[in-house]
Design a protein around this ligand. Structure first.
Ligand SMILES: *Cc1c(COP(=O)(O)O)cnc(C)c1O
Length: 388
């Protein structure tokens, strides 16, 4: 028998990578040699860390670490199956009720990530009879959840309630789902939630808000934008993640008991996904307790962001994210490298995370940054920018 010699069916992969490389869009994963504190060792070099969403600095807090070790001893490291098959621990139940109380909602449901929370929830609530109204700059997990749902998707201009109003008024879909980030992940600005909630009331739309970057940072005790504006009864679905301020991993949906019960029965990314490991739940639970006892962590994070932004003449930030727009991807990458040489880790954010021509540095602060850390960033940034 003759051996068939085909050309490599995966040959396109190296072609695609070459194109990414040529456009300064090829991504690399750096090798990290330390825990993600305010200092981090990357590729063997110690850097001041301005790239993490571990906003409260709790991922290296000894209390959080201890809580996860203890849970590991008591409950083991892996959950072994989905919660609907093998049940879940008292830790999972407690974390859900504490998250519900934190968000001032009746109930909450855990998912293995924020990405999966958005994916499963949007797809469980809408189908081809429905319409989803989505901010132009919403997180990729909302975009992907909307695609998965088969509903028609209407994109409204970023933070533009008037545009949303026009689109909503023209809709005769069975269900209308409006979904928005509260703090936008790449721009760090906030959605006009008051106006959006009024529109949804008026036009009978469901309102879902992604609080990934607001949780732990915005509002009293870091309760998020929804509760800090007193909108907890007008936002039907509050999504959050445990992977940022809460220093762990996983996501959650908070809302009415009926909504949570429906998601437990219908959200495929909940049903067919192994439960979050107990040590992961324990870390988030401990972070939440620390935040409740030390609400100044949220204030300190916001104050650090304000200090950093004012030092580089950037607009006043709403949360912990300070975007520095530079335009082209290669320039963003060059600036990020120069800052790396100055001992600062700050990522270049390039397409597809942001539109072409809108590449940027995205600096994020932590509650644990000292004034000196922030000032080192400002000095290095100003030195590098002048040289450009
Ligand atoms: C990070 C993020 C998510 C996803 O959360 P993970 O827990 O990291 O999967 C969802 N939405 C927004 C706005 C985010 O920034």
């Amino acid at each position: 028998m003759k051996l068939r010699v085909n050309s490599d069916p995966l040959a396109f992969a190296s072609d695609e990578l070459s194109i990414l490389e040529a456009n300064s869009l090829r991504r690399k994963i750096h090798s990290v040699g330390s825990a993600p504190g305010t200092q981090i060792v990357v590729d063997g070099k110690s850097l001041l860390h301005f790239a993490s969403n571990n906003y409260l600095g709790l991922a290296t807090d000894p209390r959080v670490i201890e809580a996860s070790i203890e849970a590991s001893r008591k409950w083991g490291t892996g959950a072994g199956s989905a919660r609907l098959i093998t049940g879940s621990t008292a830790l999972h139940d407690e974390l859900e009720s504490r998250l519900a109380a934190f968000k001032q909602q009746e109930g909450a449901l855990l998912f293995s990530s924020g990405y999966l929370a958005n994916l499963g929830t949007i797809a469980a609530l809408t189908d081809e009879n429905d319409e989803i109204f989505s901010d132009q700059l919403n997180h990729a997990s909302i975009v992907d959840g909307s695609r998965l749902s088969k509903a028609s998707v209407r994109i409204y201009r970023h933070a533009d309630a008037d545009h949303l109003s026009e689109l909503l008024a023209a809709s005769c879909a069975r269900r209308k789902l409006v979904v928005t980030d509260s703090v936008f992940s790449m721009d760090g600005d906030v959605a006009p939630l008051d106006q959006i909630a009024s529109l949804c009331d008026e036009l009978g739309a469901i309102l879902m808000v992604d609080e990934a970057h607001a949780t732990g940072v915005v509002g009293p005790r870091g309760c998020g934008l929804v509760a800090s504006l007193g909108l907890e009864h007008r936002v039907h679905i509050v999504m959050g993640t445990l992977s940022k301020s809460l220093a762990s991993s996983g996501g959650f949906i908070a809302g009415s008991s009926t909504l949570i019960e429906l998601l437990r029965n219908k959200a495929r990314s909940f049903i067919f996904d192994t439960a979050m490991p107990a040590p992961v739940a324990a870390a988030a639970l401990c972070s939440l307790s620390i935040l409740e006892r030390e609400p100044e962590l949220a204030e300190r994070t916001r104050a650090n962001a304000t200090r950093l932004a004012s030092g580089i003449d950037s607009a006043a930030p709403s949360a912990a994210i300070v975007p520095i727009l530079v335009g082209e991807a290669d320039r963003a990458q060059r600036l990020s490298r120069s800052l790396h040489d100055e001992g600062i880790m700050v990522p270049a954010i390039r397409p597809p995370s942001v539109p072409h021509g809108a590449s940027r540095l995205r600096a994020t602060v932590m509650a644990t940054h000292s004034a000196e850390h922030i000032d080192s960033f400002i000095d290095a940034f100003n030195r590098v920018f002048v040289k450009e």
